[in-house]
Design a protein around this ligand. Structure first.
Ligand SMILES: Nc1ncnc2c1ncn2[C@@H]1O[C@H](COP(=O)(O)OP(=O)(O)OP(=O)(O)O)[C@@H](O)[C@H]1O
Length: 563
């Protein structure tokens, strides 16, 4: 039975209109982030109250000192005594003020760092939980900006900005009290300015928030440019495009600067003290809104949860009436009512023109995406009902261009293990030998502890592939997904990779996206993909016997590597 998925178009962070006013519910949520740090914040507020009062007391006391010096209506000795006393008090007040200020800044800052950290953990966890389709539409740089800059803005707003705001509030209250004490008329004149300033603050706050949001957007854009270029530095260098990339980064960072000027002007114009606290609050609301968009999003495909079979899988796979398009491209149909049945322990080689949807089949089986219609079964269980973590536990994958992490070879291999602690030394060595990793690692001065660099940049293409094979093998998966490299390795390297692959395929169900003639020749079944469907199916000899057909065409055009 065909199943339909509600594939709602995911909303880009920038697509959603962020309201420019401070909503009560949003404010409440913003302040709720400070709850876990309430004791630290309360201590800081205690210090703040004392230090602000002390700060206000200093000019008052100085006034008294001046009175004693210049209004000489007391005896000289009496005045000297009073003066000494007042100076002593003033000194104590200074010291107390300095201590309290230290306490205020220390407790507020540490609370701020802790809140930022907690927020970053939440954002990072939520990012990792999202399904692949969500990432397809979001530049990495933008997400990194949310994770680093936005969380910091919120953390600082809830600590230092609030502290500065409260300090200003205390000073305003204390100042008003003193003015009332000295002269009621003077106080009334001073207070007359408050209502118009408050009105301006509300309107201007929105304006500042708007500019701050644009500034954050442009910062995210420049981070995106930098992240993409730096992480693909080999390509940039191979094409000698360094000057061009410098220019394109300069352009994006100049946009940030232009908006930075605008924000600085707006904030500078927006008076100081309490009003700048209000504008900071507006700025942090903008950042918080973006963070919540990530934290609140429920992934379309969960990372875990669902049915876990009691027995190990046999490896029977069935694609039933699959219709699929990528979430990022709704208008382009990739698979159209595709059916494929793979018996346990068999090797199926998928062939077809570039872009025909071969890798897509592997992504669907791993449940990186869900089909729009139809269902995929493993041992008769619809994979939508199965625990996604269980599925991945039993499927080993070697991608077309395997990506390694910048840690040691050993850690890269163990990354694939379901429980790295349980992998014995003997098992590790056996798998490294099977994957043709052991021998080349012995030549390296640090052996398996050799760090491979970002994405495995310090290894050759063939070595990377063999480490990836060991990584896929270490969990002893029942199903293997292999996407053969299209890029040419030298003959010796190809031979070692191919030899390792043939060894590890035994006893497993293998879906291989084939680019090598030998893989195709040895496969139990070859399936030929075209226009989203399987148009031909059979063993190599059978398909070759046909006078015409898609497979014949592929062979004729030497699509496959003769190794
Ligand atoms: N994440 C994605 N978002 C949108 N479209 C995609 C995405 N990934 C692939 N496509 C498109 O889907 C189609 C099938 O891609 P797929 O990678 O499955 O092809 P393939 O047969 O494996 O190609 P090749 O042999 O070149 O690796 C292509 O037209 C491709 O442009």
């Amino acid at each position: 039975m065909a199943e339909k998925v509600n594939q709602k178009k995911p909303m880009c962070l920038k697509e959603k209109e962020v309201s420019t006013g401070l909503k009560k519910s949003e404010l409440k949520r913003l302040f709720s982030l400070a709850k876990p740090e309430k004791w630290k914040l309360l201590i800081a507020v205690g210090f703040l109250l004392v230090s602000s009062t002390v700060t206000m007391a200093i000019p008052f006391s100085l006034g008294k000192v001046l009175d004693i010096i210049y209004i000489k209506n007391e005896g000289a000795d009496e005045a000297k005594l009073k003066l000494n006393k007042l100076c002593g008090i003033l000194l104590c007040v200074f010291v107390l003020g300095a201590i309290c200020n230290f306490g205020r800044i220390y407790f507020m800052s540490t609370a701020g760092y802790r809140m930022t950290n907690a927020l970053r953990t939440k954002v990072f966890n939520s990012i990792l939980k999202q399904e692949q389709g969500w990432f397809d539409k979001r530049p990495t740089g933008e997400l990194i900006n949310r994770l680093s800059a936005d969380t910091q803005i919120v953390g600082t707003a809830l600590s230092m900005n609030i502290s500065d705001g409260l300090r200003s509030l205390v000073m305003v209250c204390a100042g008003t009290g003193m003015m009332l004490y000295m002269s009621i008329e003077l106080a009334l004149v001073g207070l007359a300015i408050v209502p118009p300033i408050a009105g301006i603050a509300v309107v201007y706050g929105r304006f500042v928030r708007n500019i701050s949001r644009k500034l954050q957007d442009s910062l995210a854009e420049s981070t995106k440019v930098a992240e993409e270029r730096i992480s693909n530095i080999r390509t940039v260098k191979s094409f000698a495009q360094e000057p061009r990339e410098m220019q394109s980064y300069l352009k994006s960072i100049t946009d940030v600067l232009t908006l930075g000027y605008r924000e600085a002007k707006a904030r500078a114009f927006f008076l100081c003290g309490l009003s700048s606290f209000y504008s900071d609050l507006n700025k942090s609301m903008g950042a918080a809104t973006r963070i919540w968009e990530i934290i609140d999003r429920k992934p379309v495909i969960p990372i875990e949860g669902g049915f876990i079979p009691m027995t190990l899988p046999e490896g029977h796979i069935e694609f039933k009436d699959i219709k699929f398009n990528y979430p990022a491209r709704h208008d382009m149909e990739i698979l159209n009512h595709l059916n494929l049945n793979i018996s346990p322990g068999k090797t199926v080689a998928v062939v077809g023109k570039s872009g025909s949807g071969k890798s897509t089949l592997a992504f669907l089986l791993l449940r990186l995406y869900d089909p729009v219609e139809g269902a995929i079964y493993i041992d008769g269980h619809n994979i939508r009902d199965l625990d996604p973590a269980w599925i991945k536990k039993h499927i080993g994958t070697v991608g077309q261009e395997p990506i390694l992490f910048s840690c040691s070879i050993k850690d890269n291999i163990l990354y694939g293990a379901n429980d790295p602690e349980q992998v014995t030394e003997d098992e590790f060595v056996r798998i490294s030998k099977e994957a043709n990793v052991y021998e080349f690692v012995q030549q390296l001065p640090d052996g398996f502890d050799t760090v491979v660099g970002e994405r495995g940049v310090m290894l050759s293409g063939g070595q990377k592939q063999r480490v990836a094979i060991a990584r896929a093998l270490i969990k002893d998966p029942k199903i293997l997904l292999l996407d053969e490299a299209t890029s040419a390795l030298d003959a010796q390297s190809e031979h070692l990779v191919q030899e390792a692959l043939e060894r590890v395929m035994k006893g497993r169900t293998v879906l291989t996206i084939a680019h090598r003639l030998s893989t195709i020749q040895n496969a139990d079944v070859i399936v030929v993909l075209q226009k989203g469907q399987i148009v031909e199916q059979g063993r190599y000899e059978e398909l070759c016997k046909r006078h015409s057909g898609v497979f014949k065409e592929l062979i004729k055009h030497q699509t496959f590597k003769e190794i």
